[in-house]
Design a binder for this molecule. Structure first.
Ligand SMILES: CC(C)(COP(=O)(O)OP(=O)(O)OC[C@H]1O[C@@H](n2cnc3c(N)ncnc32)[C@H](O)[C@@H]1OP(=O)(O)O)[C@@H](O)C(=O)NCCC(=O)NCCS
Length: 181
């Protein structure tokens, strides 16, 4: 079922990116600390931000979902991104917030909206999240949503933990065998 936007949370809403969002997005993607664990890692140029926004728009047109703009409902400000993207690893959940907005539960709220979209109207069987091994705040966000850590994998040139959530949840190697209880 197609999604209807915006996706509304208590404090944030998610909507597809627009070309005009690029300058506000660059205030986030131009920050080295914010971007340390995103993609290849590190701040990007204004031109690269503009390209990313256009890629999100193309992805939305092609698939009906994408990395979306996270807007603060109180101020109408663009405070980050959160969404679902088709990558070589599966359908990946991702989120990035401006540093000023960290520590308030907003990434969890935004990621929950993505979760509801994925397993509700979009009918996805599985969503994955790749979290840098040195990014415990991000790991905590997906753990709170019920994702399970399926172990280490290389992604974007660095070691990551692969988290998965799906209607079929594979048994992790190392779990107690089903006959042991
Ligand atoms: C990761 C990020 C999205 C988290 O945003 P946020 O709005 O602060 O997240 P939330 O407040 O919803 O949840 C963060 C959780 O991590 C916990 N946490 C934060 N720092 C932590 C740390 N150093 N170690 C362990 N847990 C940590 C918080 O206590 C919270 O858990 P709790 O609710 O159980 O207390 C934000 O820091 C960010 O944008 N980082 C840069 C981009 C990024 O790394 N994106 C993820 C790429 S995989």
């Amino acid at each position: 079922m197609p999604l209807s936007f915006p996706l509304l949370g208590d404090r944030v809403l998610l909507r597809p990116f627009e070309t005009a969002d690029a300058p506000a997005a660059h205030a986030i993607y131009g920050d080295d600390e914010v971007m340390r664990f995103v993609g290849e890692g590190g701040a990007v140029s204004p031109e690269e931000t503009a390209r990313m926004v256009e890629d999100y728009r193309r992805h939305q047109d092609e698939h009906g979902f994408a990395c979306w703009a996270v807007m603060d409902r109180g101020t109408g400000e663009l405070i980050g991104d959160a969404g679902l993207e088709v990558t070589g690893h599966g359908v990946e959940l991702g989120y990035t917030l401006s540093r000023r907005w960290w520590g308030r539960g907003l990434a969890t709220e935004a990621a929950s909206l993505c979760w509801e979209a994925a397993f509700g109207p979009l009918g996805m069987p599985q969503v994955v999240a790749l979290v840098d091994a040195d990014n415990p705040a991000s790991a905590r966000v997906v753990e709170k949503l019920g994702f399970t850590d399926q172990g280490r994998t290389m992604a974007y040139g660095r070691p990551h933990h692969r988290f998965e959530l799906g209607t079929y949840q594979p048994v992790t190697i190392g779990d107690p065998p089903f006959w042991s209880s």
